[in-house]
Design a protein around this ligand. Structure first.
Ligand code: NAP
Length: 281
């Protein structure tokens, strides 16, 4: 039995709790709702989480982390230090080793390790919002006290809410620029496609349905088809055809360069937020 405490029952905490409870085939398959305890300040959130997923709930973080195997910190970055302060002594007195996992953007492994007793294994995760619908992409980095199998166990558990890969912490800013903020880029592309369709005379409703279903279909081909994005695009770009004309216009208007610049700006901002005083998400 793996006992999991989730501190913070907001968007990400709920996504994790629901995924862990629903997982019947992956690494979380043997975790029952009673093995998951969610901690939050808000009684209404706790009632909702208990009633919906059957998980245990409490407003007392120390109670939840007592003898927990894994503690997931899912509060806003500025609140992480308060949580660590609250649970540190209990973690230190647990009989077996507790792995502390943080999903907080920009909060470094070193800052968390420094706030806990020496030797506590810490794992940092950068998730993204599709986790809320079980299709998250998470990157996982282990701290200096986290053993390989502990990092792999966290990666496997995240399989309950999507896919996860192990990376070095130095790559987290780049991860943020690609998958962390990536859903927003795709939403922006879809939004632009809708406006362009309206400009061509389609109703907003029809343009929205066309654009959304196109993003969904293209994403399914990418994930399930086994071909690269470049191959798939090549397959639908006939010589001298309509798609070739559109792709040429996109390239001439700097689409590729815009992504280089956007991801550089995102990674730079992520690095800034990761410096000592983390005040923003
Ligand atoms: N949402 C995303 O798409 C996303 C994507 C990637 C990473 N993340 C990361 O995930 C983390 C959580 O984000 P979220 O959107 O789930 O936040 P959220 O919806 O604000 O949820 C956090 C919850 O934790 C509660 N809380 C704060 N401090 C607490 C404490 N000491 N003890 C118990 N409960 C406490 C909050 O209550 P109060 O409101 O009263 O503070 C709130 O209900 C953030 O660090 C963020 O960087 C989020």
């Amino acid at each position: 039995m793996t006992r999991i405490a989730i501190i913070g029952g907001g968007n990400i905490g709920e996504a994790l709790a629901s995924g862990l409870v629903a997982d019947r085939t992956g690494a979380a398959a043997d975790i029952s709702p009673q093995d998951v305890t969610v901690v939050d300040h808000h009684e209404s959130r706790l009632n909702h989480l208990h009633d919906t997923y059957g998980v245990a709930t409490t407003d007392d973080a120390t109670e939840a982390v007592t003898e927990a195997d894994i503690v997931v910190i899912a509060v806003k970055p500025y609140a992480v230090s308060t949580v660590l302060e609250e649970i540190s002594a209990t973690l230190d007195s647990n009989d077996s080793e507790t792995v502390v996992v943080s999903v907080a953007a920009g909060v470094t492994l070193a800052s968390m390790e420094n706030a806990l007793a020496a030797g506590v294994p810490v794992v940092r995760v950068m998730p993204n919002t599709p986790m809320l619908v079980g299709k998250g992409m998470s990157a996982v980095a282990g701290g200096r006290f986290a053993r390989r199998e502990q990092v792999e166990a966290v990666r496997d558990l995240l399989g309950a809410v999507g896919t996860a890969v192990i990376v070095a912490e130095k790559d987290m800013d780049a991860v943020t620029a690609v998958s962390g903020s990536g859903p927003a880029y795709i939403f922006l592309v879809s939004e632009a496609l809708v406006e362009a369709g309206v400009h061509l005379g389609l109703t907003r409703d029809v343009a929205t349905r066309l654009a959304n279903a196109t993003v969904e279909g293209a994403a399914a081909m990418l994930v399930e088809g086994g071909s690269s994005a470049a191959e798939l695009r090549g397959n639908v770009t006939s010589p001298g055809g309509t798609t070739a004309a559109a792709v040429r216009a996109l390239e001439e208007n700097g689409l590729r360069a815009a992504f280089y610049r956007a991801t550089e700006a995102c990674a730079r901002r992520s690095a800034e937020l990761g410096r000592p005083a983390v005040e923003e998400d």
